[in-house]
Design a protein around this ligand. Structure first.
Ligand code: URP
Ligand code: ZN
Ligand code: ZN
Ligand code: ZN
Length: 468
């Protein structure tokens, strides 16, 4: 037979369809879809299962430099193993430019960490912290041509923040090069003002992290980013939108016809600021930025997910160990929330949480689930039509999904390098049974299967949302 593999008897789900069919795979690609495919060299029985494009998580942080003494809990091997176990076949991580460093050097540093280590396909966004004339004039245009077609900028954090003049300069290069800028919208000065006041009042517990970054801080920055984007006439992607306030800014922009896109994450539909208010330092397990909000904001985020305000649902996987001097409980963490590293692990639990809370509870359709978790990521970041759907010619990146299976999320069953999950004890309906990357099985029934290094480092094309 011409076929390496047939996946038979499942229900194929794409961003637009849901139907019964068999899939034929040759040389890592989908080459046939029909009622019945026989005679392949290998067969997988998918009866009772959904056959979906492998998850694409376009926002994960892996082995990223996190400041003196702090170390991320995942390297590329453990992060991509965890991704595979969560039903994902592609992740997009970040190459962080340190101030004073050339962008090219930062890209080479992170590529070196990833090469030969990945279980799933991996690609890099750039983080621009030092937009020098050389970066803006030469490095960015050259890197976009090499397939680094998206970059993230920050409106907060001492080591990363860009001022308005710098944001505009980066936006302008993005417009010229047709790159997509991802913007972290939280205001640097507003957070500093609030954090200093809280510290003076002795309010230093992890909970005050959330108090120091209220929704208005995010809303103000979102509006400022949108205004800058309008001024320069460039599309932007506002990442990790946490609640109603910032989302209203996005909706306002979209209604005016501006190309403002948005992402949200599992933490903003399942956690609240109260989770940071645990016994002792326990709240540090939930410290991320923007922080989780409240029940009302969760409701607003669901509206945005079902109504198309959000194009992508990503994990913002940014794992630290809790019980570690290099993690959440570093020597300075007790003195102030300001020293608790920001970020939570989530690449493995993203799909079960969105499926369970979304599809199983009737808030979104199966097709919208696929769009939010795979297809739109490929379209947004220039991997379509190579990845992101089940169709002839697509890479055979496939997730076999059991829509009925009940699981309880627990640290014990996860594959990440962190020593906890923020969702310990969270019950879900719907679970990944197997993950294929370019036709090769990389995960099945709780086990990540060999061949580290099968994951390739991908160059990407221009975003469909930016336009050719
Ligand atoms: O707290 C978070 N989200 N850390 C990850 C870095 C970021 O800003 O996305
Ligand atoms: Zn961010
Ligand atoms: Zn992030
Ligand atoms: Zn391989």
């Amino acid at each position: 037979s011409e076929l390496d593999l047939a996946i038979r008897g499942g229900t194929i789900v794409t961003a637009s369809d849901m139907y019964k069919g068999d899939i034929g795979i040759f040389d890592g690609r989908i080459v046939a879809i029909s009622d019945e495919i026989t005679g392949a060299r290998q067969e997988v029985d998918a009866s009772g299962l959904w056959v979906m494009p492998g998850g694409i998580d376009s926002h994960v942080h892996i082995a990223q430099d996190s400041g003196p003494g702090i170390v991320m809990a995942d390297d590329f091997a453990s992060a991509t193993a965890s991704a595979a176990a969560g039903g994902n076949s592609t992740v997009m991580s970040f190459a962080l430019q340190k101030r004073g460093q050339s962008l090219r050097q930062s890209v080479e540093d992170y590529r070196k960490l990833a090469e030969g280590e990945c279980f799933v396909d991996t690609s890099f966004h750039l983080i621009i912290s030092d937009p020098t004339p050389a970066v803006l004039g030469q490095e960015l245009p050259a890197l976009v041509k090499d397939g680094y077609t998206s970059f993230k900028v920050f409106m907060t954090y001492d080591d990363l923040v860009l001022n308005d003049r710098e944001l505009l300069a980066v936006f302008d290069v993005a417009r010229r090069e047709k790159a997509l800028v991802m913007v972290h919208c939280e205001g640097y000065d507003t957070i500093r003002f609030l954090a200093e006041r809280l510290e003076q009042e002795g309010k230093v517990a992890p909970y005050y992290h959330a108090v120091s970054r209220p929704e208005v801080v995010e809303r103000e920055a979102a509006h400022r980013a949108i205004s800058h984007a309008q001024l320069v006439d460039v599309p932007i992607m506002i990442v990790h939108v946490s609640g109603a306030e910032a989302m209203e800014q996005v909706r306002w922009a979209q209604r005016r016809g501006l190309k403002v896109y948005a992402e949200t994450c599992p933490q903003y539909i399942t956690l609240t600021a109260e989770d940071l208010d645990g016994l002792g330092m326990e709240g540090a397990k939930y410290v991320c930025s923007p922080p989780p909000r409240d029940a009302e904001s969760q409701k607003a985020i669901w509206e945005g997910l079902s109504q198309g305000v959000f194009q992508t649902f990503s994990s913002d996987h940014c794992p630290f160990r809790y019980d570690s001097p290099q993690g959440k409980l570093n020597p300075k963490a007790r003195s102030s929330f300001r020293w608790v590293p920001n970020g939570i692990p989530g690449v493995e639990t993203r799909l079960p949480i969105l499926f369970s809370e979304g599809v199983s509870k009737g808030r979104i359709t199966p097709q919208t689930f696929v769009a939010l978790s795979a297809t739109n990521h490929a379209r947004m970041y220039g991997l379509y039509p190579k990845k992101g759907s089940i169709g002839i010619g697509f890479d055979a990146d496939i997730c076999l999904w059991d829509p009925k299976r009940k699981e309880t999320l627990r640290q014990e069953i996860l594959h990440h390098g962190s020593d906890y999950t923020p969702w310990e004890g969270f019950e879900v309906t719907g679970w990944p049974v197997a993950t294929f990357v370019r036709g090769k099985i990389v995960y099945r029934d709780g086990e990540v299967l060999g061949d580290r290094g099968h994951g390739q480092i991908l160059a990407r094309g221009i975003s469909e949302y930016v336009g050719a």
